[in-house]
Design a protein around this ligand. Structure first.
Ligand SMILES: Cc1cc2nc3c(=O)[nH]c(=O)nc-3n(C[C@H](O)[C@H](O)[C@H](O)COP(=O)(O)OP(=O)(O)OC[C@H]3O[C@@H](n4cnc5c(N)ncnc54)[C@H](O)[C@@H]3O)c2cc1C
Length: 408
């Protein structure tokens, strides 16, 4: 079987690329290993309103949206000091990621793309003579499926965090050490939820190298999860629910109704994301925010560019690495500095002890740094606020004081 553009993975990044390329009249086939798109779900589904607009999803069907009330965040230091940041209007939506992924898949199909479910790409090879790529496909549910391979001049690899195929042809997806174990519960009967605020808790014992989140989706239901550099994410999340002094009283009647695990990518942005006939996008290329692990918008923007460049390559009959480099150039122009600034900030956070976090939060509250974040902060484009914070005289003074406690 042949097509113009083959896309590996029907996650949000693959389907956004497919929508873009199909709208530009290319023939697109998306290969998805799962039988049901978006299942199982791994994600908290917190997505900025401005980001959704940027990826062309200004209005989502009500059935997908679990909350559209989030106006800010309450951020807690290990000793419970709280920094609240808020705006006057909705900043982020909480979506059901399974339904979100399925919505995008339907959109891709409605734009003309074909999605082959149960179709795992096991191998991919560039042929120097035909200048096309042939992929081997395995259908676990239907081993006798007649579709055993697919050939295309352009392949977009959006296979998610492991980046196995990308690695097999020489790309460098995020290393294991940059993929933190994450675990999340959907919980009913959580008390004292403020439906307008997500909560973030910093503690090196509970969620070393990341934070713990509470994302409300109603007055008493929330997604509660964490990621950690340690291996036992489930143990730490249970500890947070049952023993963490600041929050344990809120989970006394908690009823866990869903559990999800996954890996959060906090570094490892791929430098070179294209070669002859191939582009890599999304988690596979490390296009996530190192501060929060969010990758739907940043990866989505890259995926749309990949879809655009792929369809242009088909129109121009040119799938050379030189032509596809347009993809690298374009996504780097909008994302690279942002993602690098977030990586720098993550690097600093990762070296702070709990005592350093406590002192930093004290300084932030005393100097009203929440206001600065409210003025300059942007959920997806954090470079400006990171640089403003690092240049703030109170932060510089604090940095000198904390220097001896920082773990290099
Ligand atoms: C616990 C957790 C919470 C998160 N919370 C948020 C959040 O609140 N907001 C946010 O923006 N991001 C969040 N993220 C990150 C977000 O989930 C990812 O950035 C996003 O899903 C990346 O999309 P993707 O399409 O690159 O990869 P994926 O969503 O992983 O999709 C990849 C697809 O490729 C398929 N696939 C893989 N290999 C093959 C193969 N060989 N052949 C065929 N198909 C294949 C997979 O089955 C999958 O469907 C979170 C992640 C985790 C783990």
């Amino acid at each position: 079987m042949e097509t113009d553009i083959a896309i590996v993975g029907a996650g949000p990044i693959g389907t956004l690329a497919a929508i873009q390329a199909s709208r530009n009249k290319a023939e697109v086939i998306v290969l998805e290993q799962r039988a049901t798109i978006g299942v199982p779900d791994h994600c908290a589904g917190l997505i900025s309103k401005t980001g959704l607009k940027k990826i062309g999803l200004d209005s989502l069907p009500k059935s997908i949206v679990q909350s559209e009330k989030i106006i800010g965040a309450k951020i807690y230091s290990p000793d419970g000091t709280n920094l609240t940041v808020k705006r006057n209007s909705t900043q982020a939506l909480v979506v059901d990621r399974t339904l979100f992924d399925q919505y995008l898949a339907t959109k891709a199909e409605n734009s003309g793309a074909t999605i082959l479910r149960n179709s795992k790409v096991t191998n991919l090879q560039y042929n120097n003579n035909t200048k096309k790529i042939t992929m081997k496909i395995k259908n676990k549910l239907q081993p006798s499926s007649p579709i055993k391979s697919l050939t295309a001049p352009i392949v977009i690899i959006s296979e998610g965090r492991l980046g196995r195929l990308a690695k097999s042809i020489g790309f460098q997806p995020p290393k294991k050490k940059y993929r933190l174990s994450g675990f999340q519960y959907l919980i009913e009967n959580v008390s004292d939820l403020d439906t307008q605020f997500v909560e973030m808790y910093f503690s090196n014992f509970i969620s070393s190298g990341f934070f713990t989140w509470i994302i409300p989706i109603s007055e008493n239901t929330a997604k509660v999860g964490l990621a950690t550099r340690d291996k036992d994410a489930v143990f730490r999340l249970n500890y947070f629910l049952k023993k963490y002094p600041i929050t344990k009283h809120r989970f006394q009647k908690a009823k866990i109704i869903k559990k999800y695990g996954g890996e959060v990518i906090v570094s490892g942005l791929m430098k070179k994301t294209s070669t002859n006939g191939v582009m890599v996008a999304g988690d596979a290329a490390g296009q996530t925010k190192a501060t929060t692990g969010g990758g739907v918008i940043t990866g989505g923007l890259a995926g749309i560019i990949a879809g655009q460049v792929a369809s242009l390559a088909i129109q121009k009959n040119n799938n050379s690495s030189k032509f596809l480099k347009k993809y690298d150039t374009q996504w780097k122009a909008i994302l690279r500095n942002q993602l690098k600034a977030m990586s720098l900030f993550r690097w600093l956070l990762n070296r702070m002890t709990d005592e350093a976090f406590n002192r930093a939060f004290e300084t932030a509250v005393e100097n009203d740094l929440g206001k600065l974040i409210e003025e300059k902060g942007d959920i997806d484009s954090q470079a400006e606020i990171i640089l403003s914070l690092l240049k703030d005289p109170a932060v510089i003074k604090l940095a000198f004081k904390l220097l001896p406690t920082i773990q290099f």
